[in-house]
Design a protein around this ligand. Structure first.
Ligand code: NDP
Length: 293
């Protein structure tokens, strides 16, 4: 099957593309820049979906935790890189005479409001209360297709994706390597995580299985706190982790995005498990050991 992946050049996109190629699918990456096996967003706007596209995925998005960017222009980039790219793909699918079988779009566990007591499953309905949750709602709405198009839709709400070559681990690797890692804020906030092998695996599972549709929480079944993650990761690295990142510093650097680090949500992958996805990494210690190995 031909699969078009928006943001396929990024951390998660590359893993999805590799898995699909290994299974014999033909992958086209949708990117802002030209290259072999790539389509640009401008080409998509002009010409629509490539012929015989069987599945469309979108994992495009500006890094929301860039330490060196802030202000309204950056916030706009965070929003448009997710919402507008998803909308562009939904419009291309709608306009297609030969639409794909499935459209897998992305969202994040920031959809759920921070809480130390609530259990959140895919059935939980919320209205946006902060920047991340409003962003996630707009992101999810952008993927809606007109009735009767006959395209299966899946929305994957990603937790913190753990892998050596990107995301949070890449940002904190050297800090922990030099023994300068530590919990963030109180460390008591929930830290819903998923190993990159499962995050990419869930996209592929959603593409290949016709019974999968709707929202899927992409988080491992074993929930932990930020402090527990800090201990597990530093332990796997055989390093101490006594240098906390204080809340005031997070607020100063990340402003209203600091909630993504300082507050957490207890997210449960209820539908993901009910729909038959088998996690390779259900336990944090195993995931951290694999990443460090
Ligand atoms: P990366 O930063 O590694 O890759 C994202 C890709 O998006 C890039 O390769 C880039 O492709 C494209 N992109 C970046 N900025 C823009 C922009 N302004 N406009 C259009 N495209 C852009 O991110 P990840 O792979 O880690 O994450 C993928 C998605 O998953 C993101 O939307 C992210 O928010 C979401 N997510 C990730 C989590 C994680 O832990 N990694 C957790 C929760 C959600 P190119 O340069 O080729 O155009």
């Amino acid at each position: 099957m031909r699969v078009l992946i928006g943001g396929g050049t990024g951390f998660i996109g590359k893993h999805i593309a590799r898995k699909l190629a290994d299974k014999g699918h033909e992958v086209t990456l949708l990117s802002r820049s030209t290259g072999r096996g790539r389509l640009t967003w401008d080409e998509l706007y002009k010409k629509g979906l490539p012929d015989n596209t069987g599945a469309v995925v979108n994992v495009a998005g500006e890094n929301a935790l860039n330490m060196f960017r802030r202000g309204e222009a950056y916030k706009k980039d965070i929003i448009t890189s997710r919402v507008d790219t998803t909308k562009a793909l939904a419009e291309a699918i709608t306009a297609s005479k030969n639409p794909p079988k499935v459209f897998v779009s992305t969202s994040a566990i920031g959809y759920y409001p921070p809480s130390s007591v609530a259990d959140y499953t895919e059935d939980t309905k919320v209205t946006g209360i902060d920047f991340p949750s409003k962003l996630c709602q707009d992101w999810e709405e952008a993927a809606v297709l007109p009735e009767g198009k006959g395209v299966r839709r899946v929305t994957i709400r990603l937790g913190v994706v753990l892998g050596k070559d990107g995301g949070a681990i890449k940002q904190m690797w050297w800090q922990f390597y030099f023994g300068a890692g530590g919990k963030i804020g109180t460390g008591r906030q929930f830290f819903p995580w998923i190993h990159i092998d499962d995050a990419s695996g869930l996209f592929v599972y959603s593409i290949e299985n016709d019974h999968v549709s709707g929202i899927l929480n992409a988080v491992a079944p074993q929930i932990c706190t930020n402090e527990e993650f800090t201990k597990a990761f530093a332990g796997a690295m055989r390093r101490p982790a006594f240098m906390p990142f204080p809340a005031f510093a997070a607020n100063l650097i990340f402003q209203d995005r600091a909630t993504m680090l300082l507050d957490g949500q207890k997210v449960i992958p209820k539908r993901t498990l009910e729909l038959g996805y088998k996690f390779k990494y259900s336990h944090l210690d195993d995931a951290c050991k694999e990443i460090v190995s």
